[in-house]
Design a protein around this ligand. Structure first.
Ligand code: HAM
Length: 423
């Protein structure tokens, strides 16, 4: 590969043909599914005041403490590259609450987290996310999950696993934390060092610790709903019942906590077996986020596009992008190049994809290029054809070659292209 000077910085990637075609299909399908549910796109800046994330995601979370790209700019402002999309969108909504109190918004774009790069974990990654603004309503949560599962089904992802839990209501939080602390206190010496620290300042995170010793302790705990109000439990039951009616399979996972502080009520995660340790292709939940005394409530999710594409590739994403239709013009004489340029343009203006070599190379080199670009049709014209006012139209799949006048050539190619699009 040679010099590092040609590489992007660690944990970030260049994206180009041919992989970019899958990204485009993913984006298009997401846009069309979101439109069915009445969502419109919002594009917020990649760079925000750091405070937008500090307060909403939570100062004690890993994302804020260890992963956020935060810096002071030349004007002395504390800024951060967005580590996720929800906080910026909520900042936007909070400033326009009158108009946006029941907005349904989606976004897609790059996010940044300074994590140790590994499979499925990048420093610049991309999310597709959606948010529905409004007071807690289990129907909205179920519809949000249904929309997400609809998108995954459209993408042919049949092996996804949906896990569901609740964070309870804000009043439940203190009771859950105290309950967990009391239950874990006698086992403190068995927990790992990180969890002993978490016991004091972030006890919920002990539930998703991966250390075998901690997992064994956690397996003995009652589910978090044990310490919650009847109302919080009823809310989760209602979301589950609606998902059942909508035919969406899920598992209740009392250990699912999610890594961000803004969640209340429903939380969920979707995993896929084709991914390794980082197996969450998506996470979401209901939240309440306050900016400058304005609280925004809503529910949403974000899909990691890189991870989704790893999963989709394992489930046959190569079928997403069909064989291209391409006409390649081969003028066999220097004097015929300019008129071929005109013909190419006339075909493109009728919507037919067409290319040619503009450099006056040999017929053999031109045919090779047509082959390399997987042309479906080749149009040859030499001085003999020019004298007789005709073209040779070759269909590459069958090898059939026919002589056509200009009018016939145009009619045929437009018709072939239409048939290709309809297939
Ligand atoms: P999150 O779970 O932090 O949630 O991220 C959502 C998804 O982004 C993950 O499931 C994963 O697929 C992907 N992801 C996260 N970090 C990385 C990384 N370093 N490299 C590659 N992919 C990654 C959120 O971001 C919330 N804003 C979701 C949400 C929206 N909750 C409510 N509304």
């Amino acid at each position: 590969m040679g010099s590092d000077a040609f590489q992007p910085i660690q944990g970030m990637s260049d994206l180009a043909h041919p992989e970019v075609a899958l990204w485009q299909v993913l984006e298009q399908r997401a846009r069309s599914v979101f439109a069915l549910y009445g969502y419109t796109e919002v594009r917020t800046p990649v760079l925000e005041r750091a405070s937008v994330f500090l307060r909403s995601l939570g100062e004690g979370t890993d994302v804020v403490q260890k992963e956020m790209y935060q810096f002071t700019d030349r004007g002395g402002r504390e800024l951060a590259l967005r580590p996720e999309g929800t906080a910026g969108v909520m900042r936007f909504v909070a400033g326009r609450m009158q108009d946006l109190q029941s907005a349904r918004l989606y976004y897609l774009g790059p996010m940044f987290r300074s994590e140790r790069p590994q499979a499925g974990r990048r420093r610049q990654f991309h999310q597709i996310g959606a948010e529905a603004i409004g007071a807690p309503n289990p129907r909205t949560d179920a519809e949000m999950i249904a929309m997400q599962m609809h998108l995954l089904r459209e993408l042919g992802l049949g092996q996804c696993r949906l896990r569901l839990n609740t964070r309870g209501m804000p009043d439940d939080r203190a009771r859950v934390e105290q309950g967990l602390r009391d239950a874990l206190e006698p086992k403190l010496e068995v927990l790992c060092e990180d969890c002993r620290r978490r016991w004091k300042d972030n006890v919920l995170r002990i539930l998703d610790c991966k250390q075998p010793g901690c997992r064994a302790v956690v397996a003995e705990l009652p589910p978090v709903t044990h310490w919650m109000s009847d109302e919080a439990r009823a809310y989760l039951d209602k979301v589950g019942a609606l998902l059942g009616k909508l035919g969406i399979p899920f598992e209740l996972d009392p250990l699912l906590v999610r890594g961000l502080d803004y969640y209340v009520h429903t939380v969920w995660e979707i995993t896929h077996p084709a991914l390794g340790a980082q197996d969450a292709i998506s996470g979401g939940g209901r939240y309440a986020i306050t900016f400058d005394r304005q609280t925004v409530e809503g529910v949403g999710f974000a899909l990691g596009m890189e991870r989704l594409l790893i999963a989709a590739t394992a489930e046959g994403a190569d079928r997403w992008v069909g064989e291209p239709f391409l006409v390649w013009l081969v003028p066999m004489d220097e004097s015929l190049i300019d008129e071929a340029v005109e013909l190419a343009q006339a075909l493109r203006l009728r919507g037919v994809p067409c290319q040619m070599d503009l450099g006056g190379r040999s017929v053999k080199a031109q045919l090779k290029a047509a082959d390399r670009h997987r042309a479906t049709h080749v149009v040859l014209r030499g001085s003999q054809e020019a004298e007789r006012g005709v073209y040779q139209l070759k269909t590459m799949a069958t090898g059939e070659q026919r002589e056509r006048t200009l009018a016939e050539l145009m009619t045929d190619l437009v018709a072939y292209h239409r048939a290709h699009l309809a297939a």
